[in-house]
Unconditional design. Structure first.
Length: 178
């Protein structure tokens, strides 16, 4: 009887080799689970309130109406310009429609529209020039700047940077009247 009891103890004992093999497989499994979890989580980015890709409060309706015609306000974190034109506002995406360069607003350059004497968008990469309406006046860009929708909610001007509106030309219906 003692003999059979010791055989049972030998069968239940974990050898060093079995323990290390099990630990290695457990660590490998944990690494696979963590990597898969990180990959899946990266597919659904968390939008920061008020950041690019979300709806952004720009100003109150009163503040917006007080902006002089020809004014261009830059919102760097949200990646757009708010352009005040005669009939209302345009939220212009700061990305050039040629190759996607970031467009700077040059307040001292000669204007390409009749809203003010100075100011235009100049693409530093390939020389694209745009006016306050986002219309191309020179260079290789094939179409006007893209827009973000503008809405009014509770007396606030809201720009939806999560929705990009491509356009082939300027049309007065693209202007949001406030």
């Amino acid at each position: 009887m003692t003999n059979s009891g010791s055989n049972l103890a030998e069968k239940k004992a974990i050898t060093r080799r079995k323990f290390l093999s099990g630990a290695w497989w457990a660590a490998t499994g944990l690494l696979v689970v963590e990597t898969t979890g990180g990959l899946v989580a990266s597919l659904w980015p968390r939008l920061k309130a008020g950041g690019f890709g979300s709806k952004v409060r720009v100003a109150s309706v009163e503040e917006a109406k007080a902006m002089p015609v020809g004014t261009v306000a830059y919102f760097p974190e949200q990646r757009f310009y708010l352009s005040r034109v005669e009939s209302g506002f345009l939220a212009l995406y700061r990305r050039c429609t040629h190759l996607g360069c970031v467009l700077p607003w040059r307040a001292d350059d000669p204007s390409e529209d009749n809203l003010a004497g100075n100011g235009r968008f100049n693409c530093p990469c390939h020389g694209g020039i745009f006016d306050r309406y986002g219309v191309v006046h020179a260079g290789p860009p094939p179409r006007p700047l893209d827009l973000f929708p503008i809405s009014i909610d509770g007396g606030e001007v809201i720009v939806d940077t999560g929705t990009v509106v491509s356009r082939s030309s300027f049309d007065e219906s693209q202007v949001t009247k406030i």
